[in-house]
Ligand binder design. Structure first.
Ligand SMILES: NC(=O)c1ccc[n+]([C@@H]2O[C@H](COP(=O)([O-])OP(=O)(O)OC[C@H]3O[C@@H](n4cnc5c(N)ncnc54)[C@H](O)[C@@H]3O)[C@@H](O)[C@H]2O)c1
Length: 362
């Protein structure tokens, strides 16, 4: 098993990464919580697959388990679900010592995290992520949120978990498309901060796609270590943490313009990373060879790298200006200056963006 420590003073925690470790969840939760009940938040799909393993493990550690089942899908990351879960917690007399455990992907993790952050002004929170995306990104770093009709992740908080348990075995039931979308996040970490890891991904993408447990655990551990170091330096995104948004300026626009239905988050980010690589090449920041390596690794992982022709450039620019992370409506991009290092650029011209978005270069 790999352990990655996130060092945040009194809010520090461990990420446990391995195969078949979900059955040990209860004893680890017991180390971070003295409560007599545990509220397990999951969705119908993941509960059916792993609910019993988790419940049994928690019961063996002396917790009475309360099932908090929410719907499966981004549309359930909502205020209505939050209210349903608060009611459940209240009904079962969840107190300040009782842990809230997120069992599932990023939708479950973000929603459960906001419940944990706000119910009784905060109860212990544990993440048991079951998608690649959640294991390497959303479960680490403490961003929790639900959506508002006005936009994604509008209502949220920074609230760190006490513990993260990432079991590679759970990925065996994840649809292949979700695995590929998760690989986009791994590639992101390689480009933004680790050229050696990027090269490892070029050589091992096939193993990851065939769910080799050792390769997955290595990739998840390296990614969590990179994210942990960034979050340690800038927990509440005042500066450095923004580099995690590599590929997201365009990615968010693609997601929102397609109504969050056509692309998975990782797929939209892949389109955004390819566009950012082309933009960096056009600006003379990286040589063609490095742009080609970035775009071809994305393709090798089975991810889209082209803007869908149904999306209009003017709409993309408008969406990027409205993104909640845009500064005063300026077009801000995280761009590679080499594979393994990025910088943040403000005020990129619309012409350059257009050329990068609709370029056919590979
Ligand atoms: N908090 C953060 O820092 C952060 C970062 C990135 C993304 N996010 C959020 O994460 C969400 C996306 O998360 P996601 O990509 O994990 O999607 P998801 O949570 O919707 O999960 C994808 C699908 O896989 C299913 N599933 C999950 N685990 C499974 C398993 N082991 N076996 C079979 N099916 C399984 C789910 O039921 C769902 O249908 C978005 O809401 C996004 O905003 C948050």
């Amino acid at each position: 098993m790999n352990t990655v420590r996130v060092n945040l003073g009194s809010r520090s925690y461990d990420i446990y990464i391995g195969s078949g470790i979900l059955s040990r969840l209860g004893s680890w939760v017991r180390e971070v919580s003295s409560g007599d009940k545990a509220l397990v938040i999951s969705n119908s799909t993941v509960f059916a697959l792993y609910g019993e393993t988790v419940s049994r493990s928690l019961a063996a550690a002396g917790f009475e388990v309360v099932d908090g089942e929410m719907g499966d899908g981004e549309e359930y990351k909502s205020l209505a679900t939050l209210e349903m879960l608060y009611n459940l917690a209240f009904k079962h007399k969840i107190d300040r010592q009782c842990p809230v455990i997120a069992l599932g992907g990023g939708v479950v993790g973000d929603t459960a995290g906001l419940v944990a952050a706000t119910y009784l002004r905060g109860v212990p929170f544990v993440q048991a992520p079951t998608t690649v995306m959640a294991q390497v990104d959303s479960s680490v770093g403490g961003k929790v949120a639900v959506n508002h009709p006005g936009g994604k992740n509008i209502i949220g908080a920074f609230y760190q978990p006490r513990l993260v348990v990432a079991d590679m075995t759970t990925l065996k039931t994840l649809p292949l498309r979700e695995i590929k979308a998760g690989l986009a996040e791994l590639i992101k970490y390689g480009v933004i901060s680790d050229a050696g890891f990027f090269k490892w991904l070029e050589e091992n993408a096939g193993k990851l796609l065939s769910l080799d447990g050792t390769a997955l655990a290595h990739a998840v551990a390296v990614s969590c270590r990179i994210k942990a170091r960034i979050v340690e330096a800038d927990e509440t995104e005042q500066g450095l943490r923004a580099i995690l948004n590599f590929g997201h300026t365009v990615g968010h626009a693609v997601e929102s313009l397609s109504g969050y239905k056509v692309f998975l988050h990782g797929e939209a980010v892949a389109v955004g990373m390819a566009a950012a690589a082309r933009l960096a090449e056009a600006m003379g920041l990286i040589p063609s060879e490095q742009r080609r390596r970035i775009v071809s690794l994305l393709s090798q992982a089975g991810l889209p790298v082209k803007m869908p022709s149904s999306i209009d450039l003017a709409d993309v620019i408008a969406a990027m200006r409205q993104d909640k992370k845009a500064l005063a409506g300026r077009l801000t991009f995280v761009l590679p200056v080499e594979i393994g290092a990025v910088k943040i650029f403000n005020d990129i011209s619309e012409n350059m963006v257009r050329d990068a978005l609709f370029s056919q270069k590979y």
